[in-house]
Design a protein around this ligand. Structure first.
Ligand code: NAD
Length: 502
């Protein structure tokens, strides 16, 4: 495993010195083997990096946006050329199946393409002025240093969603990746630096920097007054710590936190589609996606049949090394994650749940890794454990009588990220999408909760944090708005008709 990782890191341009000899041990969740020892940044390193980033911003903000887009285009080319190596590294370091590792790099490429187009479309409005001979407009201008804190489960794509937009918007970025996935971050940075070298002299150094370490290094980024926008992806616990600190210094934050996503299945649903959507949503990525399907809310007339089918299919899913073809369920990230899963299942039993699966798998083959049999838990009601996010492959099943009851149940959790309904009834579908329907940032019909296309704005409400990243108009998060009025007349009429004598 170590040789494979080293070969990939060499191909991606990460030096031996950067990936070894440090204090941050990196382990592959596939077999628990140590695959690197990365240098940890100190708080002082972070402060120095922010100062360098601010200097880079002062130069970059004056480069015309379409020219900034050219840098992101070149970075997209590097990603295309190294998609397979970076995808494999994601699989080895985060334990995702290889196609998902490649898919994550594809998302990075897609957001680069989106950002390149956007670099010619950072449009403001022209607004009718009430005063003669005046023009009023709004402009979107670069913001400053953008701090990015990312989670282990999307170790590189989340950074790209933020940085590709932040860079075309004229900002400089400082990245604090998850301490569980520092190697993919170093590899991404190496590819970015190749793009920067090809771009030439117009781009300042330190336009994007990566600093590895734990929460303390992240906090230094959170608290620094020169960080204009702090975009943080991770648990609600992390967001609760970070959000108030950024607010206290009147900084901007973009929070992408935990989800507790449900699928409602109604009597008219195509059950073939629903079974596929639920299985992939609940157990793909070993339940370690923010958009993982954690709750099934099925109509009482189809509940038993659907749950029985799901349970049979669940028991036949291939658990194993994510590098082997056909695996759907890879490892959990670490032992703490497995322990959380066990605690949740214990609590579910105490709250009246009937648990299938959930035990440790492949312990003999991988004594230092943490694989779990996916769990399905038939719950009598939406109890406390169902209302919390457990970042593991557990699907809770619930039954409903009326659609209103199903929607109320879907919304009655603290999180508000993703949701879906499987139905062939237009009234039910439209009700679910309406003002009195799902309260989530993402609401789908006849597709599951997990995964998203970069063209749409991504994020959720309530304890999910309220942030939106990626497509649509999410770019506005990375810019400041200025309202400008230009007087081209020979008089100075005041707004609201105010008059005064001098
Ligand atoms: P985590 O909260 O443990 O860590 C996320 C990041 O925050 C890491 O880089 C960590 O070092 C940093 N961090 C933790 N405490 C901090 C603090 N006090 N100050 C500054 N930085 C701090 O999350 P995780 O286990 O890596 O990821 C899983 C969680 O992330 C799940 O809850 C999942 O739903 C969520 N997630 C959300 C989205 C989304 O877009 N909504 C996407 C991916 C993951």
């Amino acid at each position: 495993m170590t040789t494979q990782v080293n070969d990939l890191l060499n191909a991606l341009g990460v030096s031996e010195a950067a990936r070894s000899g440090g204090t941050l041990a990196v382990r592959s969740p596939i077999d628990g083997a140590q695959i690197g020892a990365v240098h940890e940044a100190t708080v002082a390193d972070m402060q120095a990096a922010i100062a360098r980033s601010h200097a880079a911003f002062l130069v970059w903000r004056n480069v015309p946006a379409p020219k900034r887009g050219e840098l992101v285009r070149l970075f997209g080319e590097e990603l295309r050329a190294h998609k397979s190596e970076l995808g494999q590294l994601v699989a080895l370091e985060a334990g995702k199946v290889t196609s998902e590792g490649d898919g994550e790099v594809q998302e990075m490429i897609d957001i680069c393409d989106f950002a390149v187009g956007l670099s010619r479309q950072l449009c403001g409005l022209t607004i009718a002025s009430e005063r003669p001979g005046h023009r009023m407009m709004e402009q979107w201008l670069p913001l400053g240093v953008v701090g990015i804190i990312s989670a282990f489960n999307f170790p590189v794509a989340v950074w790209a969603w933020n940085s590709a937009l932040a860079l075309v918007c004229g900002n400089a970025c400082v990245w604090k990746p998850s301490e569980k996935t520092p190697l993919t971050a170093l590899a991404t940075q190496a590819l970015f630096e190749r793009a920067l070298a090809r771009y030439g002299a117009d781009a300042p150094a330190h336009l994007s920097q990566v600093l590895n370490g734990g929460a303390a290094v992240g906090e230094a980024l959170v608290e620094h007054p020169k960080v204009a926008l702090l975009s943080a992806t991770g648990s609600t616990r992390m967001g609760r710590a970070v959000g108030p600190k950024v607010a206290a210094r009147f900084g901007r934050s973009l929070l992408e936190l935990g989800g507790n996503n449900a699928i409602i299945v109604t009597p008219s649903a195509d059950l073939e589609l629903a079974v596929r959507g639920i299985l992939f949503g609940a157990y793909g990525t070993a339940g370690q996606r923010c958009t993982t399907t954690r709750r099934l809310i099925a109509h009482e007339s189809i509940h038993d049949e659907l749950v029985a089918r799901l349970d049979r299919a669940r028991a036949s899913l291939k658990i194993g090394s994510p590098l082997e073809a056909g695996t759907l369920v890879g490892p959990l990230i670490d032992k703490a994650s497995f322990d959380h899963m066990q605690q949740a299942l214990q609590q579910a039993r105490a709250e009246g749940g009937e648990v299938s699966g959930g035990t440790r798998a492949l312990a003999e083959q991988y004594p230092n890794a943490w694989y779990a049999v996916p769990a399905l838990v038939r719950m009598p009601a939406q109890t406390q454990v169902v209302r919390q996010e457990t970042f593991a492959p557990i699907l809770y099943t619930l039954r409903y009588k009326t659609l209103d009851e199903a929607i109320a149940m879907q919304n009655d959790v603290p999180q508000g990220l993703s949701s879906a309904i499987f139905t062939n009834d237009l009234r039910e579908a439209e009700t679910f999408l309406s003002a009195s329907g799902s309260d989530c940032g993402i609401a789908n019909v006849n597709i599951g909760t997990s995964g998203a296309e970069i063209g749409g704005a991504f994020g959720g409400e309530k304890e999910t944090g309220g942030g939106r990243e990626s497509g649509s108009d999410a770019w506005r998060n990375y810019m400041r708005r200025a309202t400008n009025t230009v007087n081209y007349s020979r008089s100075l009429p005041l707004a609201q008709g105010v008059k005064f004598d001098v």
